[in-house]
Design a protein around this ligand. Structure first.
Ligand code: IPE
Ligand code: IPE
Ligand code: MG
Length: 246
């Protein structure tokens, strides 16, 4: 089955694929609970789903994938779960870096990274530096990311520039503002996918999502496979993106 889907499914139009796909990987806990397993097993399984999606995007010719791994609100979870996730991120990075290099992936992390555990920050910095010149898929991982926090830090940076007399207030336009966001070097998402049925943004890419097409599936994140992604893309290609026009 997997080999059959290695190439872009025939019913999809190569020319009308989203350039940038963003995913809210939700439902790891529920996936585990349904199996009578601890939530952390769901997170571990979720890593495999993400790996598979990254490879699929690469195979099918999608330029950029952004995944929501940890929100600024997720610190409110029990300590054991937060600790497990931080350790998981670090281990996965160490384990997968070599393969990402071989596959020409450019990995970037967005969010308030400075407060993450030191050892995780080290792995993040290392992976970003090493893959910086790669020319394949742009893979962005939102870690300790919050849309409002991102907008606030951009506003502060711009205010400082104004205060120093480097720019005038009326020079602040959408392009300049975008340049101060974490996502300055990637286009806005064309398609947002959220798994496990929840119909909310949960503080993800609030500015960038202004005109994203939203696709919500009941599938839980660890079950999100190529077949599910195929369905999301088919649905996307049936939409008429008007951007306010008629
Ligand atoms: C998403 O799955 C993963 C993270 C937020 C890190 P959840 O952990 O939110 O799973 P549910 O929503 O409780 O099922
Ligand atoms: C959103 O999922 C955050 C991530 C997927 C990292 P949550 O499970 O934290 O979102 P809510 O609490 O249902 O809004
Ligand atoms: Mg959730």
């Amino acid at each position: 089955m997997q080999t059959l889907l290695k190439e872009l499914p025939r019913d999809l139009d190569q020319k009308r694929l989203p350039r940038h796909v963003a995913v809210i990987m939700d439902g790891n806990g529920r996936w585990a609970k349904r199996r009578g397993l601890p939530r952390i097993i769901g997170h571990r399984q979720g890593v495999d789903a993400l790996k598979n999606l990254l490879r699929c995007c690469d195979d099918w010719g999608i330029e950029a994938l952004t995944a929501y791994a940890f929100s600024t609100e997720n610190w409110g979870r029990p300590n054991e779960e937060v600790d497990f996730l931080m350790t998981l991120f670090e281990r996965v990075l160490m384990r997968e870096l070599q393969e990402m290099m071989e596959e020409n992936v450019r990995i970037e992390f967005v969010g308030n990274l400075a407060v993450l555990p030191r050892s995780l920050q080290t792995q993040i910095a290392r992976s970003m530096t090493l893959t910086k010149e790669n020319t394949g898929i742009q893979f962005t991982v939102a870690t300790n990311y919050g849309g409002r926090q991102e907008i606030l830090q951009a506003a502060r940076a711009i205010a400082t520039q104004v205060q120093q007399g480097n720019i005038q207030p009326d020079e602040i336009d959408e392009a300049l503002f975008s340049q101060h966001l974490y996502t300055a070097n990637v286009c806005d998402p064309d398609l947002l996918i959220r798994t496990s049925g929840e119909m909310r943004l949960s503080n993800f890419l609030l500015w960038q999502m202004a005109y994203a097409e939203i696709y919500i599936t009941d599938a839980l994140w660890p079950d999100f496979d190529r077949g599910e992604f195929h369905r999301a893309l088919s649905n996307y290609q049936q939409r008429s993106r008007r951007f306010g026009k008629i």
